[in-house]
Design a protein. Structure first.
Length: 194
């Protein structure tokens, strides 16, 4: 379910000071939404996120945390945006170590806080080799395009944006109050749309 921008923002009263002059106004801000992810009937995590693309966020998070390898493992995704819950059922109930399954909160701040993995886990990662080449002019063109994609940022100034691109085009774009959420939404959309 894709929600319209009005459900992603709200007006709040603010005090604006310009050159010592006080002005009481209402300003449009990005909403912060609590979303609980339940994997195979186990409550896994609660995110503070933007209330949009909740299925992409959930699947992308599971993928980026190594709890989901591919789309074929997904049996069912149920999004209850009213209650702030996404339930994901997999074809096989993946065995997860007891220390991986605990309720935790991921804030919209610059860090995820707790993580399932440690920095030492990075030592075992395989280097990604790519033959893709991109020129400086292509990067500049993509940056210009990227800046025009984020209506929410232009409206509120309160979200992070992420994109997956080839050298000429933005292929997938996402925004969220949390930068890690914006990336997970990209992962989730790519996984769900092949």
């Amino acid at each position: 379910m894709r929600l319209a921008m009005e459900t992603e923002t709200e007006k709040i009263p603010i005090v604006r000071l310009i050159d010592g002059a006080r002005n009481d106004i209402e300003d449009l801000v990005a909403k912060e939404f609590p979303l609980t992810l339940i994997l195979n009937n186990q409550e896994l995590v609660t995110f503070l996120c933007s209330p949009k693309d909740l299925d992409y966020l959930s699947i992308g998070f599971l993928y980026s945390e190594g709890l989901l390898d591919n789309k074929d493992e997904i049996k069912k995704i149920t999004v209850d945006a009213q209650r702030g819950v996404v339930r994901v059922e997999t074809n096989e109930d993946r065995a997860m170590a007891d220390d991986l399954v605990f309720k935790r909160l991921i804030t919209s701040g610059c860090g995820r806080g707790a993580s399932f993995y440690s920095a030492a886990d990075m030592q075992n990662q395989v280097k990604i080799n790519s033959e893709m080449e991109i020129s400086a002019n292509e990067v500049i063109s993509l940056v210009r395009d990227f800046q025009h994609h984020s209506q929410m940022y232009r409206t509120t100034g309160g979200v992070h944006s992420a994109a997956l691109c080839d050298p000429q085009n933005i292929l997938v774009f996402s925004e969220d109050i949390g930068r890690h959420n914006a990336l997970d939404k990209i992962f989730g959309e790519c996984l769900l749309k092949d």
